[in-house]
Design a protein around this ligand. Structure first.
Ligand SMILES: *[C@@H]1O[C@H](CO)[C@@H](O)[C@H](O)[C@H]1NC(C)=O
Ligand SMILES: *[C@@H]1O[C@H](CO)[C@@H](O)[C@H](O)[C@H]1NC(C)=O
Length: 406
């Protein structure tokens, strides 16, 4: 199947059943009933306000205004819908079950094939709670894992997310059973920066995450990334987005179009060449198109070699050609290029204080200008990099007040 076929068959509508509550019009009330009801409403509102003040505290007040309704609410009623009622097997169990472990013995060829399956009918016949797959592309250790563990604690269970870790082969993480990182390592191969093996590693991660049919959004992260908001905000932002967050721009200079290779024609012409940050976020149908791509991927593997970097050009270019209206042309991962040079700034212990976190989370400042589902948005970035291991301590202590979790 070509990338084109894969994307054309995609339908973003009606996928996450029940995500849009249907507004129901209330019948007109009799005046006699109205007064006690009004009184009840006033009392309930007052009670809610007190609860919000008591529970939310200062953390609530720093949460951003999102262009989506009620970002902090967890879909607890919808969560119930996918749980098994009293041990009775669900009729679609075979197609909806997540693999018990992230580990398996499949070869890459077998894995990509298994991951490329998708239903041809766009509408799901069961209530589906969209999960977010957090995919960590690492060399070895995950020094900021304790911060992420607090972030995931905000999910209130494991129904709404899944974690995947791609590390150097032979490296073994040893997280306790209670950690979201416990046994979430996937079979890996060596991935070298600037090499096509890096794109292979990204594709392997996405393929592993696709094996769980509940995963709807797929976000690529590194060991130096941190979440900037609480879990409900992040999940809401991603699952309600009509676009995948892939950066893509046309750079006419030597580091942009200068990296185009004539061998990529006729599939990709120089004028179609795009560039973007490696740290992407994909919806499920574009993720399937990525792992199933037999048209562009082999040609990029053959021709896009240093100083052409697949991880900066393949997805931005191919998605701009095949699905330009499906991508936001921007990343949700903030990074600081202001210091110049070939690599973005790495922040250390001394950089991380209240003012710094306020700066990178404040609407409209470091966030810049962006749109979300076609509307101007206050929040452009959900994650930030690059944070050195020694930032863990200040981040842990500042997260509850400044980032809304922990
Ligand atoms: C993978 O293969 C090894 C050795 O053959 C076996 O011990 C292990 O249980 C297999 N793992 C899975 C997840 O099938
Ligand atoms: C992204 O850029 C493409 C052109 O490559 C454009 O067609 C598309 O509308 C843009 N996406 C958004 C969300 O603006």
């Amino acid at each position: 199947m070509s990338m084109a076929g894969g994307v054309a068959a995609a339908d973003i509508n009606g996928k996450d059943g029940g995500s849009n509550p249907t507004p129901t019009r209330a019948p007109p009330l009799k005046p006699k009933l109205l007064r006690p009801l009004l009184l009840l409403a006033v009392l309930a509102t007052g009670f809610l306000a007190v609860v919000v003040l008591l529970l939310g505290g200062s953390a609530y007040s720093v949460l951003p205004r999102l262009p989506v309704p009620n970002a902090a609410a967890l879909p607890s009623s919808r969560q119930r819908a996918v749980q098994q009622p009293c041990g009775k097997p669900r009729p679609l169990e075979r197609w909806t079950r997540a693999p018990a472990s992230a580990w398996h013995n499949m070869t890459d060829e077998e894995l990509l094939w298994a991951a490329s399956w998708r239903p041809a009918i766009g509408k799901y016949p069961y209530r589906r709670v969209p999960k977010v797959a957090f995919m960590f592309l690492t060399r070895g250790p995950l020094p900021l894992a304790p911060l992420w563990e607090r972030f995931f604690a905000g999910a209130g269970g494991k129904e709404l997310y899944s974690v995947y870790v791609h590390a150097t082969p032979g490296y073994r993480h040893d997280f306790p059973a209670a950690s979201p990182f416990h046994r979430r390592q996937v079979p890996s191969q060596v991935a070298r920066w600037g090499d096509t093996s890096m794109a292979d590693a990204e594709r392997r991660l996405v393929a592993n995450a696709l094996l769980d049919p509940g995963n709807q959004r797929f976000v690529l992260l590194s060991e130096s990334c941190v979440p900037l908001y609480g879990f409900p905000v992040v999940r809401h932002y991603l699952t309600r987005s009509r676009h995948s967050f892939v950066g893509a721009f046309d750079d006419p200079g030597p580091h942009g179009r200068g990296r185009y290779r004539a061998g990529l024609a006729p599939e990709v012409r120089r004028s179609q060449w795009r560039k973007g940050a490696q740290w992407f976020e994909l919806g499920r149908d574009l993720a399937v198109a990525f792992v199933a791509d037999e048209r562009y991927y082999p040609k990029f593997k053959e021709h896009c070699r240093a100083p052409c970097y697949m991880d900066e050009h393949y997805l931005p270019t191919v998605l701009s050609v095949e699905a330009p209206h499906r991508i936001a042309n921007r990343s949700v991962t903030w990074v600081d290029w202001s210091r110049g040079g070939a690599h973005p700034a790495t922040f250390g212990e001394r950089d991380v204080d209240e003012a710094f976190l306020r700066r990178i989370t404040a609407p409209g400042k470091a966030q810049g200008e962006c749109t979300y589902n076609g509307q101007p948005a206050d929040v452009c970035f959900l994650f930030a990099r690059k944070f050195a291991p020694n930032t863990l301590k200040p981040l842990l202590s500042l997260a509850p007040k400044m980032l809304g979790y922990g």
